[in-house]
Design a protein around this ligand. Structure first.
Ligand code: SAH
Length: 213
């Protein structure tokens, strides 16, 4: 597991690319400049690790595009110590970014293969999420709720109600909603019963799967 000056140089270039695309939050840019994305990918894609693209990982899933990771992370407005729930651990790349932003991260993954692999891998790089869970993101994580923010990293055909109800008042849910194409959607909980909703254009994710088999 090597992280060389060459990799660091490529990451700084990637940071310039996503800055040009509109990412401004310094802490997010700093996290992207630090997480060794090439180590989160299969060796056959190593040469592409610092392109601003999504790539295949195990279990027919993908590691998200760095711009998308940065975009979602920025919208969460994470403060140090925030309790954050992630749905779709995948390679753990987004999880690592959240850890560097100072969040206490709880992350749910429904593919056992990815759950196992990423649970072993993240501590090796010294990323220590509070808890990785093998389970179904549609139901969230009642026992740890409420959360300061929730991030969904797969395309949701609809907004799961439990995720809204597991937000603190003032908390934020960022979720790509749609089937083929998703609209990045932010919900801010204004009170026990009211949510403000904002939309941020089209993105493409692998689907948030509804049944576990
Ligand atoms: N953040 C990840 C993105 C992985 S792609 C990364 O950067 O690598 C989306 C992930 O969501 C996949 O790993 C997929 O297995 C997972 N997923 C799909 N449906 C899910 C569900 N219902 N609950 C939890 N995770 C789910």
């Amino acid at each position: 597991m090597k992280d060389t000056f060459k990799h660091k140089g490529l990451r700084l270039k990637l940071v310039e690319v996503i800055k040009k695309k509109g990412i401004k939050n310094e802490a997010v840019l700093d996290a992207i400049s630090k997480v060794p994305r090439h180590l989160f990918m299969d060796s056959s894609f190593l040469d592409h690790a610092y392109q601003d693209k999504a790539f295949p990982i195990a279990a027919d899933q993908t590691i998200s595009q760095p711009y998308t990771v940065a975009f979602q992370s920025e919208l969460l407005e994470i403060k140090k110590g925030d309790k954050v729930l992630e749905i779709g651990t995948g390679s753990g790349y987004q999880t690592a970014v959240l850890c560097l932003l100072g969040a206490k991260v709880f992350s749910i993954e429904r593919q056992q293969e990815l759950f196992r692999k990423t649970s072993k891998f993240l501590p090796k790089l010294n990323y220590r999420p509070k808890k990785l869970i093998f389970g179904d993101g549609y139901i969230g994580l009642t026992e740890e709720a409420p959360f300061d923010s929730i991030i969904v990293t797969a395309g949701a055909p609809f907004v799961p109600k439990p995720l809204l109800s597991q937000l603190k008042v003032g908390g934020r849910l960022i979720i790509p909603v749609g089937d083929e194409v998703q609209i990045m959607t932010l919900f801010i909980r204004k009170s026990e019963t009211e949510f403000a909703k904002q939309e941020f254009g089209e993105f493409r994710f692998v689907p948030l799967l509804e049944d576990k088999n």
